[in-house]
Design a protein around this ligand. Structure first.
Ligand code: HEM
Length: 152
């Protein structure tokens, strides 16, 4: 999988993620960084309420370790650099989750939690209504692309 891959290009085209929106993503990255701990805390709070997922985590890793990795991963989503390394990392994440037996339905529901918390940050941090709408749209597109890559 590479950025020159025509299929990846089509995927980006289909969700209408423009260059301008990629710039917006980069502009918003420091704000996501500021709130990454809070977003990830909310993520794991909901994940740990599902006994099956709690056990999966305890079997394979620790919350402390995963929180750190997810924070970095989240910040990277806003880098706007969809290079080979970015794509490769998504394949790895998919393989890791497949290996531990994480069902796509749980991955998707957990992802929605991450999206909710990120949109909450946009709402709180961006006062201008129009700007807030624009950034929210970018956030949903970035997260959608991430899911396309991981579920491929
Ligand atoms: C590993 C992201 C959902 C359990 C990872 C890694 C990332 C990640 C970046 C580290 C990969 C690496 O070490 O290179 C995500 C994202 C999710 C998600 C973005 C959805 C929004 C979940 C859920 C669980 C989970 C719901 C619940 C069981 C794990 C475990 C590992 C892991 C146990 C470590 C596996 C190992 O090191 O052997 N995840 N994850 N993940 N994830 Fe997730």
């Amino acid at each position: 999988m590479s950025l020159k891959d025509p299929e990846i290009m089509m995927q980006l085209k289909m969700i209408e993620l423009t260059d301008e929106e990629i710039r917006i993503a980069k502009y918003f990255q420091p704000i996501i960084r500021e709130h990454s701990e809070e977003i990830v805390d909310s993520f794991y709070k909901s994940v740990l309420e599902v006994e099956k997922l709690k056990q999966l985590i305890q079997e394979h890793s620790t919350i402390e370790r995963l929180k750190k990795t997810l924070e970095l991963h989240l910040i990277e989503i806003f880098s706007g650099q969809f290079d080979a390394q970015f794509l490769e990392k998504r394949t790895q994440v998919a393989m890791i989750h497949f290996r531990i037996g994480l069902d796509p339905k749980w991955y998707l529901s957990a992802f929605q939690n991450l999206l909710n918390a990120s949109l909450g940050v946009v709402l709180r941090r961006v006062e201008d209504r129009e700007e807030s709408m624009r950034i929210s749209t970018v956030v949903t597109k970035l997260f959608n692309f991430e899911q396309q890559l991981v579920l491929d």
